[in-house]
Structures are given as C-alpha cells and as structure tokens.
Write a protein that binds this ligand. Structure first.
Ligand code: PRT
Ligand code: MG
Length: 204
C-alpha cells in the first residue's frame, strides 16, 4: 500500500498534538517539524501528506477534496454541519464535554442569557428543553462572561474542569460529549483504497 495519493487535513492546536501522538504510536513518521511555520507537507509512499488548518475549515477542505481525510473534534462537526463529508472513525483522543456552567449548580430559573462559542449546539439543546435563552456569541475566554457581568451562564468545552473552578463556575448539565473524528471526502473514500488503510492504521 502506498500513501503517496493521500492528504490529511488536521486541526491545529490540541487535535494536532493528539494526532501526532496517535500517528507516531502507530509507526507512521510525523512530517510536521515543531519549529517551522509550514502548514503543508507532501505525501510519500510511507506516509500521507498533511495540511494544518483552523478547526472549522477542516470539513470544507475535505468536502472540496483538497484533503482526502480530516481530523477534527465532533464539537466542530456539530456546530458547522457539512453534508458533503463522511465521518469514518472516532479516534478517541481529544475527549471533552460541552457543558452548561454557572455560579451555582442550578438550572436557570427562567429565560436567561448564555454566552457561548457553540450557538447552534446550544440553541438545539435549549429548544429541546423548551427553555428560552438569549445566546451571546463569544469566540473565546468564555469563563470571563459571568465574572464581568456579560451573561450569568456559559456553554463551553470542559476537560478537567480546572478552568471552570478557577473562575468559581460549576457544571450544571452536559450538553454533548466530543472526541476527535476522522472524516473523509465521500467520492475519494469510494475510489481510493489507501484511505481505508489509513483508517485501519489509526484505529487498530
Ligand atoms: O481555532 P480555535 O481557537 O477554535 O481552536 P484551537 O486551534 O485553539 O484549538 P484548541 O487547541 O483549542 O482545540 C480545540 C479542539 O480540541 C476542540 O474543538 C475540541 O474538540 C478539543 N478539546 C478537547 C478541547 C479541550 N479538550 C479543552 N479542554 N478544546 C478546548 N478546551 C479548552 C476549554 O474550553 C478550557 O477553556 O481548554 C481549556 C482547559 O480545559 P479544562 O477543563 O481542562 O480546564
Ligand atoms: Mg482555542
């Protein structure tokens, strides 16, 4: 099996780190050197090529066939749905939860304001619970929102819970669980057997 016709798009940050650990553990050589700012690495017979991009751009790159495969969190796939991709494996790393958090472990008493970077996921969750909310879109530093009086609640990613604790916030409910997923371009998945080979190596 040659990998010279396979390119994988990987979300930078934690997902890239987790992909590196898995990749190396499965005996593939890692193309990305830490010092360089290079974001594209060409494939060769022994390992797929790699593209490093913003998490929310990974589904687009795979849907358009720029990359054959992609590695991205389920949270990103749910927040930015794309019907032009296939989810082909749960890679198990990058596990985290999207939670509703606030000052007290108590469901909001009435209509409330909630700061989040996951507007679609949060809206779907509160609609399901028939709970009226006003979502405040923020792209980062969510934990600040209750402290500065922007919103009493947040919907955000939690792993260890340290960040919430440091801001005197507690989890009220789990909205969804997430982990890194392997996604594929549907037509490339059908026509390139090397993609299935990559999946098998990463999930063995
Ligand atoms: O471009 P953008 O800023 O959106 O992402 P990024 O390039 O900074 O990536 P990064 O490293 O933030 O990783 C994002 C992806 O990693 C998410 O889409 C998730 O699938 C996954 N992931 C897993 C996490 C976490 N765990 C996590 N803990 N993403 C973010 N966090 C944040 C969390 O929001 C909190 O602020 O890390 C902080 C520490 O978490 P605690 O609970 O361990 O303190
Ligand atoms: Mg980030």
């Amino acid at each position: 099996m040659t990998f010279s016709n396979v390119t994988v798009a990987v979300a930078k940050g934690r997902i890239l780190e987790g992909t590196r650990a898995l990749w190396v553990q499965r005996g593939l050589t890692w193309p990305v050197d830490a010092e360089s700012r290079k974001l594209w690495f060409s494939p060769n017979a022994l390992r797929p090529g790699m593209l490093i991009a913003r998490a929310r751009d990974i589904p687009t790159l795979v849907a358009m066939g720029i990359a054959d495969l992609g590695v991205v969190g389920l949270d990103v796939l749910e927040e930015h749905p794309n019907s032009q991709i296939l989810q082909v494996a749960d890679l198990k790393f990058g596990a985290c939860r999207i939670v509703l958090a606030g000052r007290e472990r108590q469901w909001p008493a009435g209509p409330t304001r909630i700061a989040t970077k996951y507007q679609r996921i949060a809206q779907a969750y509160f609609s399901l619970h028939h709970h009226p909310v006003e979502l405040v879109p923020l792209s980062g530093s969510l934990e600040l929102a209750p402290v500065i009086g922007l919103a009493p609640y947040i919907v955000d990613i939690v792993d260890t819970g340290n960040t919430l604790r440091q801001h005197q916030l507690v989890e009220i409910a789990t909205v969804m669980e997430s982990s890194a997923r392997l996604i594929a371009n549907p037509s490339h998945w059908r026509t390139k057997p090397s993609l299935e080979a990559v999946r098998q190596i990463l999930t063995a």
